[in-house]
Ligand binder design. Structure first.
Ligand SMILES: *[C@@H]1O[C@H](CO)[C@@H](O)[C@H](O)[C@H]1NC(C)=O
Ligand SMILES: *[C@@H]1O[C@H](CO)[C@@H](O)[C@H](O)[C@H]1NC(C)=O
Length: 145
């Protein structure tokens, strides 16, 4: 029996990602949730208590329902603290590597964790697959692993 190579490679990539960026691995990596386009208010909070200078900011965005990455872009347009850098991984989507110029750092074992602020649970999807609902509050928290 031969191993299904693409699946194996993808699985290794996922394991790596799951280890290094726990918040990124989740059930909806391969499935884009439908977007209904109805108006939503989504509040984003960014919190960095690790790197100096520390910062915290929050921004509520009103827009037609869309993927989280578009909500972050809309927040960045009105609040510079939400300016971000992201890297695109084939078939997996975007991963945010920095917010407000603070990069995830392997030496310092830091990464940006995305948390549902109401349940305090990490999001199960990446920013380009997660679709926030009306009144959702999403916390981007610089943390360590
Ligand atoms: C979003 O917030 C605004 C201002 O509070 C409110 O007028 C509007 O009804 C809200 N939209 C939704 C979809 O809840
Ligand atoms: C945010 O990150 C800080 C630093 O790692 C941590 O102490 C805090 O518990 C985190 N907040 C949440 C809600 O996970």
């Amino acid at each position: 029996m031969s191993i299904n190579k693409p699946a194996g490679v993808l699985y290794s990539a996922l394991l790596f990602i799951a280890t290094v960026h726990t918040a990124w691995a989740g059930v909806c990596l391969f499935t884009k949730y439908p977007v209904n386009g109805l108006p939503v208010n989504v509040t984003l909070v960014v919190n960095n208590v690790i790197e100096n200078p520390t910062f915290k900011s929050s921004q509520t965005i009103s827009l037609p329902q869309t993927y989280l990455i578009s909500v972050v872009s809309a927040a960045a347009d009105v609040n510079k603290v939400f300016q971000y850098s992201a890297q695109y991984y084939s078939n997996l989507g975007l991963m945010i590597t920095a917010i407000n110029n603070v990069f995830a750092n392997q030496q310092k074992r830091t990464y940006w964790e995305f948390i549902d602020a109401k349940t305090l649970k990490p999001l199960e999807c990446g920013v380009s697959t997660f679709v926030p609902f009306n009144e959702d509050v999403i916390l981007f928290n610089l943390t360590t692993y």
